[in-house]
Design a protein around this ligand. Structure first.
Ligand code: HEC
Ligand code: HEC
Length: 393
């Protein structure tokens, strides 16, 4: 056994040695594979980072490119995708109001008109004023699908905002009124709105000393008749304008006013989404009548423009509404059926009207729909603070 010892010892030493060399070989190998693994991970990471950076650079170059194309007067913007034969005008900043508020005598008429607009005396119940359905705190709408008037009667249509209404060439969803003065008669005598007789309203106003004074200040005579009354209301309405939106600031040269998403939305609005075919000019309306189909789902037999023209081609057509402040003027469409702008964009995306009468699909991606919605936000300014008039006794 002892003789074996050295052998054993040698073997052991060899074994130990070979173990050691195995160990060092192993540790050398594992360091190598760690290193390799590290290189591989780094490679993967670098490739991913490069792709990510590339995408970022691409996006920011595209956004930069778009900003470059739009950071200039609107007349130099990229050409819009407008169907052949459609007459259109470019989007733009909202013009100033068409009444001179620095002129004292104009201001007196505006003050009188404002008082009348807020006065429920104009209704037979003494409870409803124009402002009941056109409330300044709600961007001059009533925020209801369809208006509620005399004794809870529900009208057929959604109350539009009266802001910027001086830019429409015809008023009401069906264009049945030529101008604001003519228009103001309608709600006063409408059975489902204020349900008054014009004669009674005039008599009520004549009985008020304060009103006689207000009319005298405004028109130089205290003789109150329907004509001067509606004229005052119309002049007041001409003083109601949306506040400047981020889009207005952008158009006026503040080229940082729109975010990248809003800017992409502007471009889509004018091109791929084709909204500009109908929603154009600084009002975002072409002042024309179209069947947009989007709002006519459901049991709604409102004949729209047809009731005015009696032309079969005009059946279910409605005036293109302005989209200014659209975020604050819902629910939307002539019947107030649309309660969600995201869903509304989806409807347009699936089945969009062409101004000539056809239909098309827009093929928008999810991101493009979000950009379009962001742009609708950029043309919306929240309601301005408004001081209501003190009503005469
Ligand atoms: C009961 C609610 C109600 C009252 C009260 C009311 N309106 Fe309206 N207003 C509406 C509705 C609804 C419409 C849309 C009707 C349509 O198109 O047929 C409208 C439309 C208008 C329009 C047209 C806007 C456009 O875009 O064409 C103007 C302007 C207007 N109203 C002003 C007034 C004035 C002025 C008064 C008070 C004399 C008044 N309204 C009272 C509900 C009301
Ligand atoms: C063919 C003309 C046309 C085109 C194109 C068009 N619209 Fe309209 N739009 C209309 C008409 C007309 C209405 C009112 C329809 C109704 O009430 O029945 C309307 C209503 C709307 C409303 C509701 C506004 C309100 O105050 O009730 C929104 C929001 C709107 N459109 C956004 C868009 C967007 C976004 C696009 C592009 C994707 C677009 N529209 C394309 C004609 C058009």
């Amino acid at each position: 056994m002892r003789e074996n010892c050295p052998v054993n010892a040698e073997q052991k030493t060899a074994a130990v040695l070979s173990d050691k060399s195995n160990d060092s070989a192993h540790s050398f190998l594992s360091a190598g594979s760690l290193y390799l693994r590290f290189i591989l991970i780094m490679k993967k990471f670098t490739i991913t980072a490069l792709i990510f950076l590339g995408v970022l650079v691409c996006i920011s170059f595209t956004d930069q490119g778009l900003r470059h194309q739009y950071a200039r007067p609107a007349s130099e913007w990229p050409a819009p995708w407008v169907d052949e034969g459609v007459s259109w005008s470019e989007l733009g900043a909202l013009p100033p109001v068409p009444v001179d508020l620095n002129n004292d005598s104009v201001r007196q008429v505006v003050e009188l008109g404002k008082t009348l607009f807020f006065d429920p005396r104009l209704s037979s119940s003494g409870k409803i004023s124009c402002a009941t359905c056109h409330d300044p705190a709600l961007s001059w709408t009533d925020a209801k699908p369809r208006s509620v008037g005399h004794e809870g009667a529900i009208g057929n249509r959604n109350a539009p905002t009266v802001q910027n209404s001086w830019l429409y060439s015809k008023l009401f969803w069906d264009g049945r009124s030529r101008n604001l003065q003519d228009q103001a008669f309608a709600p006063i005598v409408s059975g489902v709105e204020m349900n008054s007789e014009m004669h009674d309203v005039v008599m009520k106003l004549r009985r008020s000393k304060t009103y006689r004074e207000l009319f005298k200040k405004a028109f130089g005579s205290d003789f109150i008749n329907p004509h001067v009354m509606t004229e005052a209301i119309a002049v007041f309405e001409k003083s109601i304008r949306s506040a400047d939106s981020r889009f207005d600031r952008f158009v006026k040269g503040d080229y940082k006013a729109l975010s990248n998403s809003e800017l992409r939305g502007l471009h889509l609005f004018r091109t791929k989404a084709r909204c500009i075919n109908c929603h154009n000019s600084p009002l975002f309306s072409d002042n024309k009548f179209h069947y947009n189909g989007v709002s006519s789902t459901g049991p709604d037999n409102d004949k729209g423009y047809y009731t005015v023209t009696h032309n079969d081609n005009d059946l279910h057509k409605f005036r293109t509404p302005s989209l200014r402040d659209v975020m604050y003027t819902g629910p939307w469409m002539h019947n107030g059926k649309e309660k969600d702008l995201k869903a509304l964009i989806e409807l347009y995306h699936n089945d969009s009207p062409a101004p000539g009468g056809g239909r098309r699909q827009l093929g928008l991606t999810g991101k493009e729909k979000r950009d379009l919605l962001a742009f609708l936000g950029a043309i919306s300014a929240p309601p301005l603070p408004f001081v209501k008039p003190v009503l005469p006794e």
